[in-house]
Design a protein around this ligand. Structure first.
Ligand code: PFF
Length: 499
């Protein structure tokens, strides 16, 4: 173990690890998903379930993942394998989820690159008809998932640029990531504060913000709301992906854990709240200027950040500059999340095949990521994005979350892990953590998955055709089958186990 610990790449400092973990957590999920979900599920009232889930599930799992990687000094596959050989497939599942998510995450960043260039034109190319610009010029969207259309050349070029950027961030592993996060983590915070100051000084901003945080407690009893809170916490904190296990594995064995987890959760939640103020402040201004009710300007999903919000920005003085600031923010907020997802994959590959040079692993993973992402640059790209995102996040991610808690809580032993965490951390955790890991999280996630399954069986997701649903199911069943095979096939000992 000592030898292994010596050889492993290391973060240059504890601060850099913290920057990298915050950079991974803070991403597109904070900037456009959180404001919209909060608004959809009762405004201010949504914060109550969100904070409960954050405390009861988010932070305990965050601590677990940091601790697991740090204790085992391995990425997801190696860490699970060290607890029980049959569970290495769980690490494979996590890496698979990373790969799928980064394939479309990079495409969203590609959209932001196109908008960044567009911001340099006066008048802004989307002003007046933002939805049309997004659908026709950026996505070249087809009529439905059955009509694949053609590749959008601009998007393919933008996607290639994003992947080149990701490659340069990860090509030397933690060394290059450590340098990249020094810029990519703080920059979006600074830019968002600038946007916030601009937003709250606009006429109509307060009405928009009031609309965003006005509580509607009647929704608190809806199961859907709690499901939304759980999936938002998982996605936003980057948990269940094995990425934070990989990041933790580059820490020395005896580094503090608990306080880092709280800092990451605080930074992530703070940024989400700030993003909500910015988005709804600016939309409130647009509603006032256009003299329409605010519910008419709020859009769901990608359209919020890529149609409604750009349109609202185009109405401001110095519209080009603020648009540029916004899309640069999206790009930088996304890049450290994207490369952390890549690192989730490259770490397990490197742990397994130590002889392959680090840059080569990065090159292969980025190359395959780019090619896989091409499907999302077609006319039907947004539909594929929607369906794949739904199935992977609702089932695979949740399954990883459940099994990893069972594995650590019951097989390894929650108390044993807690003793390790407390032995290295100044801030101590109590028995509540064991209860969360052993009971609360597996049970609540199990219920979540069962409810989602019933919903999906009753009504096919978003009414997409059967063959498209089959792709969604296939994308979860195939890796599950591989994970099971890994559990039951005899295999040679891992390089780590040989030492
Ligand atoms: N947390 C990121 C966001 O909120 O956008 C997304 C993400 C990044 C999820 C990295 C998972 C991950 F491993």
């Amino acid at each position: 173990m000592v030898k292994l610990a010596e050889q492993r790449a290391r973060w240059d400092s504890r601060l850099i690890f913290l920057f990298a973990a915050i950079g991974s957590a803070v991403g597109l999920g904070n900037l456009w998903r959180f404001p919209y979900i909060t608004y959809k599920f009762g405004g201010g009232a949504f914060l109550i379930p969100y904070l409960i889930i954050l405390l009861a599930i988010g932070i305990p799992v965050l601590i677990l993942e940091f601790a697991l990687g740090q204790k085992m000094q391995q990425g997801a596959i190696g860490s699970f394998r060290k607890i029980n050989r049959r569970f290495s497939g769980l690490g494979f599942l996590a890496a698979f989820v990373c790969f799928v998510v980064v394939a479309y995450y990079a495409v969203v960043m590609g959209w932001s690159l196109i908008y960044m260039l567009g911001s340099l034109h006066a008048p802004l190319p989307w002003s007046g008809e933002p939805e049309k610009f997004f659908a026709n010029n950026v996505l070249q969207r087809s009529a439905g998932i059955g009509d694949i259309g053609s590749l959008s050349v601009a998007l393919v070029v933008a996607l290639a640029a994003v992947w080149i950027a990701i490659f340069f961030c990860v090509f030397r592993g933690v060394k290059s990531i450590g340098k990249a996060v020094m810029v990519s983590m703080p920059l979006p915070f600074i830019l968002l504060v600038i946007l916030f100051l601009r937003a709250i000084t606009l006429d109509g901003a307060l009405a928009g913000i009031a609309y965003y945080i006005r509580p509607d407690f009647s929704l608190l009893l809806s199961g859907e709301l709690w499901l939304a809170a759980i999936s938002q916490v998982f996605f936003s904190l980057s948990i269940g992906f094995g990425v934070l296990i990989a990041y933790g594995s580059f820490n020395p064995l005896r580094q503090g854990i608990t306080r880092n987890a709280f800092v990451v959760a605080l930074a992530d939640t703070g940024l989400s709240l700030l993003a909500g103020f910015v988005v709804f402040g600016v939309l409130g201004h647009m509603a006032l200027v256009q003299n329409v009710p605010i519910e008419d300007v709020v859009k769901s999903g990608p359209s919020l950040a890529f149609a409604a919000f750009p349109q609202a920005l185009s109405l401001l003085p110095l519209a080009g500059i603020f648009s540029l600031v916004f899309f640069v923010t999206i790009f930088f907020i996304g890049i450290d999340s994207a490369f952390s997802l890549v690192e989730g994959v490259t770490t397990v590959v490197r742990d397994r095949w130590r002889r392959i040079a680090v840059p080569l692993v990065a090159f292969i993973v980025c190359g395959i990521g780019f090619i896989s992402g091409l499907i999302f640059t077609t006319g039907a790209g947004l539909y594929f994005f929607d369906i794949i995102d739904h199935y992977v996040n609702s089932y695979l991610l949740v399954a990883v979350g459940i099994v990893q808690c069972i594995l650590v809580g019951w097989v390894y032993g929650a108390e044993k892990m807690r003793n390790y965490i407390n032995s290295v951390s100044r801030m101590k955790i109590g028995r509540w953590w064991d209860v969360c890991i052993r009971w609360v999280i597996p049970l609540s996630l199990g219920i979540l998955m069962a409810m989602q399954f019933i919903t999906d069986i009753r009504a096919p997701y978003e009414g997409y055709p059967q063959w498209a649903q089959a792709i969604g199911w296939g994308i979860i069943i195939l890796p599950l089958a591989i994970a099971l095979l890994m559990a039951f096939l005899p295999s040679r000992p891992s390089p780590a186990a040989q030492r």
